[in-house]
Ligand binder design. Structure first.
Ligand code: GAL
Length: 425
């Protein structure tokens, strides 16, 4: 069954979110409107991550010179470190004024915990209800209330490479399927190179979600997150075994650091491919000054043509934010056309808003925008970046995956993930 972008967003994510109920939390009584400063927490620090945020900070400074932007960014891809710090602060009732959260099940966890304010009034004030895709708004809505402001749409299912490396190795084109990848990988290994570079645990999960997507297809992949696909079924076990084969051709043994060093191995020609989200475009273009198509290129990860594995970064207003009025100004900028068109071309993402200035999205980003807005594109949600699994389940998947990449026991991993789903759904 083909599923349209809108249908996916409406069915898969929103259904689960609407069932979430927000409980209230003591706001601490310190919410007098202070507009002098806004403290924002994200993980957009360093190469390939910071440029887009800096553009929004500059815009804020121009529009509101009275507000000092306190950048509480915490380095670490996919927010691994930022999320841990944030959890400590939320538990201590010491939130920043706004923080980054993915749309989907990740924000649903905060809504359930009563950590974030209802922002429906900002949507009404700014007319955003008709300016963001309805399906996307549904992923940040619970009981009719909207809880965050999405700044972008990122794509997870991408495979990056350097054309010259392929030419040097006599590879005509990147693989269209993971089986084709394995054939190439054996030849690449024989020539003394790594077929696929990989980074820390979250990048291993990022690869896993896209192997599952490529091997199982849209419907079965979607079913993994709503109980309809059996994690212990033969098809899932086979896909997991394929993942084990794929990572046997990676540099996982020496993996560390973050996604950028893994991408560096591709840039240097030591490794041939890397599966990563399109923030990599910002790194390759902005930091490495390489040219799209000649210097670097990208294709949909094997088996995922016509599919957009999406995620969306959004910003919240935490309950008890000390500078609520300034936070509202920040959030209004995040949701504005000007803000999104300043941020996204540098971030390697496309705007969440539907009325973007298309002329600002060139090269790779033009293709992303075309695919996202193509009604026949099938949209699924990312596991690693918060769309499809709640925080508790996702954390248990991390633990199980840590074991799985070491022991290759696909059946045990499938059983662990299935058990965890039943426990946390
Ligand atoms: C994602 C986030 C992206 C990018 C990436 C790498 O979770 O949504 O914006 O920052 O992590 O850190």
């Amino acid at each position: 069954m083909r599923r349209s972008r809108r249908a996916f967003l409406a069915l898969t994510v929103a259904g689960a979110l609407v069932a979430t109920s927000a409980c209230s939390k003591d706001s601490g009584g310190s919410n007098e409107p202070k507009v002098d400063k806004v403290e924002v927490m994200s993980w957009w620090v360093g190469p390939g991550e910071a440029d887009g945020l800096n553009a929004m900070i500059a815009l804020l400074k121009t529009q509101h010179p009275e507000i000092t932007f306190e950048n509480s960014g915490v380095a670490g891809g996919a927010g691994t470190n930022a999320k841990a710090q944030l959890a400590t602060r939320l538990a201590a009732n010491n939130p920043p004024d706004s923080y980054q959260r993915h749309a989907g099940q990740e924000i649903a966890t905060d809504i359930k915990n009563g950590d974030v304010e209802d922002l429906t009034y900002l949507y009404q004030r700014n007319g955003w209800n008709t300016l963001f895709p309805k399906g996307l708004i549904d992923t940040i809505t619970s009981n009719g209330k909207i809880y965050s402001v999405p700044v972008n749409i990122h794509r997870s299912n991408l495979m990056w490479f350097i054309p010259k490396t392929l030419t040097d190795l006599g590879i005509a084109a990147p693989p269209k399927t993971w089986d084709e990848f394995l054939v190439q990988a054996a030849a690449i290994k024989a020539k003394g190179k790594t077929a696929i570079s990989i980074g820390p645990a979250w990048t291993q999960k990022h690869l896993l979600e896209n192997v599952l997507l490529g091997e199982l297809g849209v419907d079965k992949y979607t079913g993994l997150w709503n109980g309809k696909t059996d994690w212990t079924g033969a098809d899932v076990t086979a896909a997991l075994q394929k993942y084990t084969k794929i990572i046997s051709y990676s540099d996982i043994a020496s993996a560390g650091a973050d996604w950028q060093p893994a991408m560096d191995r591709v840039i240097e020609g030591a490794a041939v491919y890397n599966v990563m989200g399109d923030w990599a475009a910002a790194y390759l273009k902005g930091d490495k000054k390489l040219t799209y198509k000649d210097g670097w290129n990208v294709v949909n990860s094997p088996g995922t043509d016509g599919v957009y594995n999406f995620l969306s970064d959004s910003f919240t207003l935490p309950v008890g934010a000390p500078h609520k009025a300034a936070a509202e100004i920040w959030l209004t900028l995040c949701g504005s056309k000007e803000g999104q068109d300043a941020f996204n071309p540098l971030k390697g993402s496309i705007p969440a808003r539907t009325d973007a200035d298309k002329s600002k999205y060139t090269g790779y980003l033009a293709t992303a925008l075309t695919d996202w807005t193509n009604p026949s594109t099938k949209v699924v949600g990312s596991l690693t970046h918060g769309v499809v699994a709640n925080d508790a389940w996702n954390a248990e998947i991390d633990t199980a995956l840590g074991l799985f990449v070491k022991n290759g026991d696909a059946a045990a991993f499938g059983t662990a993930v299935k058990t965890s789903y039943e426990k946390n759904k």
